[in-house]
Write a protein that binds this ligand. Sequence first.
Ligand code: NAI
Length: 454
Amino acid sequence: MIYDLIVIGGGPGGYTAAERAGGAGLSVLLAEKRVLGGVCLNEGCIPSKTFLNSAKIADYAKNGSTYGVHAEGVKLEHPAVVKRKNRVVKKLVSGLEMKMKKNKVTVVNGEAVISGRTGDGFQVKVDGAVYTGKRLLIASGSVPAMPPIPGLDEGYKKGIVLTNREILDIETIPENLVIIGGGVIGLEMASYFNSAGSRVTVVEMLDHIAGPTDREISDILLNNYKKKGIDFRLSAKVTEIKGNDVVFESSDGIHRVSGDNILISIGRKPDTKGLGLETIGVETDRGRIVTDEFLRTNIPEVYAAGDVNGISMLAHTAYREAEVAVNNILGKRDRMRYFAVPSVIYTNPEVGSVGETTESARDKGLDVEIIKLPLAYSGRYVAETERGDGIVKVLVDKQYRTIRGLHIIGSYASEIIYGAAVMMETEMRVNDIREIVFPHPTVCEVIREAMFEI
Ligand code: NAI
């Protein structure tokens, strides 16, 4: 049989593409080498959210007396958290399997390798069997970047150094945890393990955490976590891992910090190894598959979506990219827009961001007005938060009076931010937003409030 579409990879990009294409009546084969759901469902977004939810409940219980609620003997029982995480993942994976069935997608388990091309289409080998597809969609995702730090590989083999995959399954809470990289994974894991009782040290190369996040927001996050007892070593260059020690260099000399475990979270890189891209000549650039706004590669009828194109390594970007690719396959013109893709850091407090930051707007020379409001403008925030230092920052285009960026740190930020993405996608102007009735009392009302500060 010749499939209309072969999808390589069963993460958010791959399963969404398969679902949409199957639903539209195409014959689809999806190959997954590990577990359906990919990194996001099995060792990323979802498991980490179950961890962070337990941490939040523990934090609330521990600090309940501020709100007149006294709880004694509060204990985060890590094995129970892991067990629940596994249950959640299993439930979602089986839901996905059903979705594939419903959309008549053939799922094969095994590593897919592109082995060639004939007049009928592209050949893909999975576990000895060869399948042919008129089109290919590559959604093979990404893997953790492992820098050439002496001792890192050895530490990884010994189980001292962990990536985001292994850390989600450790059975005991490390007394001391060292995290290399203060980006999204590093901060989310620092948040959980701090709440779970570890002494956490984050070693970060830059002079700030949370990478491209608006600097003022990342500074607030840093302060919150310092208060919770997380130790941050910024502007620190890791030079070696010696057993349980992370050796790093900073302006005042060489230091070392010791951990029962060391988490390496310095970014991820597209996973194209062994895919056989060269057999059909798919263009790559430093390991990532080059795609255009229609998610096409340089080879006609070959598409790539998700982390593998390295543009915006987020599950929700992958969903939309997959849909754009499938729509183009189906002959419906659709185009990927990246300017209003929101991002979230699920720490406590949460951070939600979309669009330009103060720094990126400055670097690009954009003519924007920046409005900043404390979340204390929201009655609900005040009612629910003691000594909260959350803020919202809105970047408004001076000429068009549209939103160029919005950043929020505080409760519900993860849910609120989509509203800002909608405002950007639909190019709403300040006056349009002023005319929207927001529910009261809510934290999101501060966005409306900000529109009257311009
Ligand atoms: P990241 O790119 O967010 O952060 C990596 C951090 O490591 C950066 O701050 C960088 O300066 C630092 N770093 C790099 N080399 C270093 C070195 N040698 N020593 C010390 N620090 C070093 O990458 P991360 O946290 O690994 O996440 C990977 C991917 O997963 C990202 O693309 C992220 O978007 C995605 N992700 C998204 C989440 C979310 O949306 N909530 C949650 C977790 C991951």
